[in-house]
Design a protein around this ligand. Structure first.
Ligand code: CP3
Length: 354
């Protein structure tokens, strides 16, 4: 195994001392980069890009060539899991993800089974191995999956949704059916993330983009419980190193306190909660990752630098902070603006670690 040359991200996730705050960006490989759009058109469509390990590796590496980032993230999608279950994922330009066979009735949900993960998602594990080889120990690699509730919203609604009418009706009218859906997706996700870890992922992040659309009791019963189940089933150490787990529930707010008890190592925080407040919710139990408003990247480099300064100051002194946006970078951002953000983190963060 090649030695890891930059472990500042791993150390911060474990709340160990570091000399500066590590930084990576959600959706760092994506459409804001012209070189991504080039490879994406070469691949034909988004899923063909995900299924091609060499091209998935290439787009994973692109942001690392431009910016001094402290982690790579596997290029894939959270919806590969329901695709592997036979739902028929495709992307329609301007409309986002769609499923040919959504599971909208209790009978369809009860009929769902854990798929052959190695057989159906082996292309993801191939991509992980290819990326690890190409990274050559420069920075660690993050693997990821969606939370069962977030993935479930797409499976049940058939695509993106604003109000989540179908899955919310299930929570109230047929909670045991929704629990079955959560269990099947959680069991599949355990195999899927452990496969990524076996293939070389050194950290895993669970994206819970929509869990906080539920009222707190339902959030705990469905979204948080299913993430807890995943954490309990994950490989937590490999090659003598801990495999940190990051949970990112967008809009978690005070629920960060509950989430800090799940056994994860770090929590993602979106921009609607100050890091200082988040720190009060979680104490010293977990590290925090975040949380500059992605909209700040539309502003001038000076405004971006001030945003970075404010975010670092909000977390304050000591270990346990990973710099990131509060959600993914959007396709309209000028790539040079992300450079201003990354440089500012490198310049302004050391004083919080003296
Ligand atoms: O962060 C990274 O660089 C790694 C890659 C990554 C993608 N999607 C690539 C992608 C990750 C971690 C995801 C996670 C994901 N996918 C989430 C959770 C995180 C979040 O942002 O909330 C969700 C909800 C999805 C589902 C999904 N995939 C949607 C709704 C869309 C359409 C988005 C849009 O704006 O059109 C996708 C497609 C997708 N996944 C793209 C990328 C780069 C754009 C596809 C393209 O090139 O056309």
């Amino acid at each position: 195994m090649t030695e890891l040359k930059n472990d500042v991200f791993l150390r911060a996730l474990l709340r160990e001392p570091v000399s500066r705050t590590p930084v990576w960006i959600m959706r760092q490989a994506g459409r804001y980069l012209p070189e991504y759009r080039e490879v994406r058109s070469q691949a034909g469509d988004f899923m063909s890009l995900c299924r091609n390990p060499e091209l998935a590796c290439e787009v994973t590496m692109q942001p690392l060539r431009r910016y001094k980032l402290d982690a790579a993230i596997l290029f894939s999608d959270i919806l590969t899991v329901p695709d592997a279950m036979g739902l028929g994922l495709h992307f329609i330009t301007g409309e986002g993800p769609k499923f040919k066979n959504p599971v909208q009735t209790a009978d369809a949900i009860r009929a769902l089974r854990v798929p052959d993960v190695e057989g159906k998602l082996g292309y993801v594990f191939d991509a992980v191995r290819t990326i690890r080889r190409e990274l050559n120990g420069e920075v660690p690699l993050i693997g990821f999956a969606g939370s069962p509730f977030t993935v479930g919203t797409y499976m049940v609604e058939g695509g993106s949704s604003r109000e989540f009418p179908t899955i919310k009706a299930l929570a109230k009218e047929s909670p045991e059916v929704l629990s079955h859906l959560m269990d099947i997706v959680a069991e599949t996700t355990i195999e899927y993330l452990n496969g990524q870890i076996e293939a070389g992922a050194q950290i895993v992040q669970i994206f819970d983009t929509w869990g906080a659309a539920l009222a707190p009791d339902d959030f705990r019963r469905f979204s948080m419980a299913s993430m807890q189940k995943i954490i309990d089933g994950l490989i937590r150490e490999k090659d003598g190193r801990k495999i940190p787990v990051i949970l990112f529930t967008k809009g978690a707010g005070p629920l960060l306190s509950d989430l800090s008890e799940t056994g994860c190592d770090a929590l993602g925080v979106d921009w609607t909660t100050d890091l200082a407040t988040a720190r009060e919710y979680v104490g010293d139990k977990v590290a925090l990752q975040g949380n500059l408003d992605p909209a700040t990247l539309r502003e001038s480099p000076e405004v971006i630098r001030q945003g970075v300064a404010d975010t670092l100051a909000s977390y304050g002194n000591g270990p346990g902070h990973v710099f990131n946006l509060g959600h993914g970078i959007t396709p309209d951002i000028d790539p040079d603006h992300l450079g201003a953000l990354v440089d500012a983190v490198h310049e302004l963060s050391p004083k919080y670690h003296e």
